[in-house]
Design a protein around this ligand. Structure first.
Ligand SMILES: Nc1nc2c(c(=O)[nH]1)N[C@H]1C(S)=C(S)[C@@H](COP(=O)(O)OP(=O)(O)OC[C@H]3O[C@@H](n4cnc5c(=O)[nH]c(N)nc54)[C@H](O)[C@@H]3O)O[C@H]1N2
Ligand SMILES: Nc1nc2c(c(=O)[nH]1)N[C@H]1C(S)=C(S)[C@@H](COP(=O)(O)OP(=O)(O)OC[C@H]3O[C@@H](n4cnc5c(=O)[nH]c(N)nc54)[C@H](O)[C@@H]3O)O[C@H]1N2
Ligand SMILES: [Mo]
Length: 782
């Protein structure tokens, strides 16, 4: 099957597959500026970042207010940056980064999308706009409902919108015909109410962005150490003497991590980056908040070693490092932490045998690295007393993501690097509260313990049948079993894989509901009935009956703290997410005993009930009073492993073969540029990779370019072969030379999501294979 759009069928248009629409720059702003690509030689987060912040504040006409907002961001009395999940450093008076500032100003823009906007522009017309232009219209101001007769969105009152949604949900034959998506922005309080609504209504269909993000990490850590989270906090990062960073582009996606990496290097710790690309944050940086260094161009090194692993080759590399440890243990009794292994782990001998049975030939071939380089990494690990291993999407969005994350834990266990200061596994989460969402019940496979507690405290009977995740929700839309889709934040059609297929799924729904701050593609690719519900952003004052409210979030290191918005809301007619959820719930469950409205008058009441349901939240309202909040107990940090054996369990995964059998096939990874937040694209530039005015590009190794007769900037067509044999093509992307391993390629999400078949997900984690797309690249024919 070749999925090609029919250019005449405008109503089915989706970006990425609109060859008749002249575009330059992908889904970013249309531009007539020339594209360029040249190597970037400066430090990460230096003056380029400062200038970029200035430009963005100016463009959003926010210089005065934007600057003030930076000072209260991530401050104990202010709001939590709605960007990434990196923890706040309470020792810093200024704790923000270029990308956090972009993110906040994007939310604080004075531009507004009012009902007149929808009167002027039909949905079919808007479908031809770029995603940048859609979001750049500013903040949504009123609830809107789609009118199929006019093809326009019309204003609707909040109550009428809730009634419409309630009536549709009540009319379904089975609660499992509805699916409730969450993007990781949602606060803990909103999350808790949202999952309560889904479960009281009768379904565990709670897909979330984690299904595309860190599902693999959660499953791996649960299997290995009994809890699905990392065990480190910032103090550990400050103490470690070796840090291995796998598959994360820190300078763009977790910029405040640069501070920790630069500090580590300054105090003599060794930082090793493992990534097919040498990302700029992995060489040198100017620490984001250190203005004086910025003025003096004083860059600090952030890395001792850059290892350009083959895509998906991390497991082999880690296994090679384990081999080095076992070899050393033959002569050095301190190489293994024998006491820890005996007292706290299971399956150690089986793992030792597995490592012994894996040959260096296999390891080097699968890792795509020479033995000497792997040995060097192993030696660094052996020399270190306290090691942290951190990872992000480069590890998780692969077929063997769970096995690779478990191999990380295996390696740590060998030397007892868990449950003591300065050591442990430390996944870098994505959205600012994605980890909190899981803690508070967003999980399509909830545990019996959680459900039993929820039922007891909330007086409901939760369904026990596991629900749908992101991929199976799309499949359900196609086979007719999912009829109502509720998107609590996010931009589902652009974030999910297989753009045309996902779009067709959404269009077949009876009803789509999007709770959003800004206009996006998911509002235009909608069901037969469609509602847009505009909500308050994290920076805005949330005034309820009992007064101004704060919400809580959990960072990537399990710290929970309060976030209080201070700004005047973008419109008087916005509601908070908890209030919207309560409104939908009251209309959907008229006989509910849950005091929905009472809860959202005062969020302390929501927290009181959460305190009784969630482990570690006892006394929640008091726990969040101290500056910085509280840490959720992580038993594995105390060497209490809640696994079936009661011990940390070594995994015994065979080395996967990650090399395509056909040498014409390249392994493509889809990643973020420096100037985007997932589906939100701020510009067509990718400063640290030296790109200007271009997003429809594919980075290729020089040898792979030559083999295909390509020169710099040539147009290519890219065809992906799905697991089910179907083919998907995107056309006229520019081929650019880049320093990445032969046989691999890289380009940007969401432009390339059209290449990822819905069948292409990992059998271990159910995560779409966003870093492992099997593609062929040819010069464009037209
Ligand atoms: N500014 C900004 N910040 C963000 C986001 C954003 O869009 N913009 N998104 C947020 C979200 S939701 C998330 S989940 C995170 C994502 O943070 P990242 O994981 O950094 O996201 P990606 O841009 O997908 O980059 C993946 C990195 O993994 C590397 N990689 C690819 N394949 C492999 C492999 O096989 N092995 C190894 N070792 N490395 C590999 C890539 O070269 C790249 O450096 O960032 C969060 N923070
Ligand atoms: N090919 C490919 N695809 C990927 C990935 C990849 O690496 N490669 N990464 C995946 C990952 S890790 C993730 S997390 C997903 C991201 O998937 P999502 O979380 O679904 O997408 P976002 O782009 O973060 O969502 C942006 C929208 O959120 C809304 N929004 C912003 N702030 C708020 C708020 O405070 N409240 C509400 N209700 N709405 C708000 C705005 O309307 C905005 O348009 O994408 C996934 N898709
Ligand atoms: Mo993510």
């Amino acid at each position: 099957m070749t999925v090609d759009p029919d250019p005449k069928q405008t109503s089915t248009r989706v970006p990425g597959l609109m060859p008749d629409v002249p575009r330059q720059g992908g889904f970013g702003p249309l531009t007539d500026g020339a594209w360029s690509s040249k190597p970037y030689h400066h430090a990460a987060a230096s003056w380029g970042a400062a200038q970029s912040v200035g430009r963005i504040l100016l463009r959003q006409r926010e210089l005065g207010r934007g600057t003030h907002s930076m000072f209260v961001m991530n401050h104990p009395t202010g709001y939590d940056c709605p960007g990434c999940a990196w923890p706040d450093d309470t020792k810093l008076t200024l704790d923000f980064c270029e990308n956090g500032v972009k993110h906040v100003t994007w939310e604080m823009t004075p531009k507004r999308v009012r009902p007149e906007f929808f009167q002027t522009h039909s949905v079919t017309e808007l479908a031809d706009w770029t995603d940048y232009d859609l979001e750049n219209q500013g903040r949504l101001t009123e609830p809107m409902v789609y009118d199929p007769d006019t093809d326009h969105y019309e204003p609707i009152s909040w109550q009428a919108a809730f009634d419409l949604i309630g009536a549709e949900l009540r009319a379904l034959d089975d609660p499992n015909q509805a699916s409730f998506y969450t993007s990781g922005r949602l606060s803990n309080e909103a999350t808790f109410l949202y999952q309560l609504l889904a479960r009281e209504y009768g379904t565990n269909n709670l897909p979330d962005c984690s299904n595309m993000c860190h599902e693999a990490s959660g499953r791996a850590l649960t299997a290995s150490i009994g809890t699905g989270k990392g065990t480190c906090d910032l103090a550990d990062w400050e103490e470690a003497d070796a840090l291995f960073i796998l598959g994360v582009n820190a300078a763009s996606n977790a910029p405040r991590m640069l501070t920790a990496l630069a500090d580590a290097t300054r105090r003599g710790a060794t930082v090793v980056h493992i990534n097919p690309l040498v990302e700029v944050g992995s060489t040198k940086t100017i620490v984001p908040h250190e203005m004086v260094d910025m003025a003096l161009f004083k860059a600090t090194a952030t890395s001792k070693m850059n290892i350009q692993v083959r895509p998906g080759g991390d497991l082999a590399l880690l296994r090679g490092m384990a081999t080095v440890v076992f070899e050393a243990a033959e002569t050095d009794p301190t190489a293994l932490d024998q006491t820890f292994l005996t007292d706290y782990t299971a399956e150690f001998e089986a793992y030792r045998a597995l490592v012994a049975a894996t040959s260096w030939a296999e390891i080097t071939e699968q890792a795509g690295l020479p033995e000497a380089e792997i040995r060097r990494a192993g030696e660094i690990y052996l020399k270190s007393e306290k090691t942290i291993i951190s990872w992000c999407l480069g590890v998780t969005q692969h077929e063997h993501g769970v096995d690779s994350a478990r191999e990380i834990v295996n390696l740590l266990l060998l030397r007892g690097n868990i449950g003591r200061p300065g050591a442990g596994p430390s996944p870098v989460r994505g959205h600012s509260n994605v980890q909190g969402n899981r803690t508070c019940g967003i999980d399509h496979r909830p545990s019996e313990t959680f459900l039993a507690r929820l039922d007891e405290v909330c007086g409901i009977t939760s369904p026990r049948q596991h629900g749908l995740d992101t991929v199976t929700t799309v499949e359900g839309m196609h086979d007719g079993s999912v009829k109502v889709f509720v998107g609590m934040g996010g931009d589902f059609v652009m974030a999910a894989p297989d753009t045309t297929h996902t779009a067709a799924g959404l269009r077949s729904c009876e009803l789509t509901v999007q709770v959003s701050t800004k206009l996006n593609r998911s509002h235009l690719v909608h069901g037969h009935k469609a509602v847009i519900l505009p909500c308050l952003g994290r920076t805005e004052k949330d005034l309820r009956a009992a007064g101004p409210q704060g919400v809580t979030v959990e960072d990537a290191m399990s710290m929970v703290h309060i976030s209080v918005g201070k700004r005047r809301p973008a419109s008087a007619n916005l509601l908070s997410e908890p209030a919207i959820i309560a409104g939908i719930a009251a209309a959907t469950l008229p006989n509910s005993a849950t005091p929905w409205q009472w809860y959202v008058e005062d969020y302390d009441r929501i927290r009181d009930v959460m305190a009784r349901v969630l482990p570690g939240f006892d006394g929640f309202n008091d726990l969040i009073k101290p500056r910085g909040g509280f840490r959720i107990p992580q038993p594995a940090r105390q060497r209490v492993f809640l696994t079936p054996s009661g011990r940390a369990e070594f995994s015994l995964a065979p080395l996967p073969d990650v090399i395509p059998t056909d040498s014409d096939v390249l392994v493509l990874q889809t990643m973020r540029s420096h100037d985007q937040w997932n589906t939100t694209i701020y510009s067509n530039n990718d400063r640290y990779r030296g790109i200007r005015n271009l997003r429809e590009l594919i980075f290729l190794n020089e040898a792979d370019m030559a083999a295909r007769g390509l020169t710099e900037g040539d147009f290519v067509d890219i065809t992906a072969t799905s697991k089910d044999g179907s083919l998907r093509t995107v056309r006229r992307f520019r081929a650019l030379r880049y320093d990445l391993p032969k046989g691999s390629a890289a380009g940007y999400m969401p432009e390339m999501n059209a290449l990822i078949g819905i069948a292409d997900y990992s059998t271990q984690s159910d995560q779409p294979l966003m870093k492992n797309v099997q593609v062929r690249v040819r010069p464009s024919t037209d």
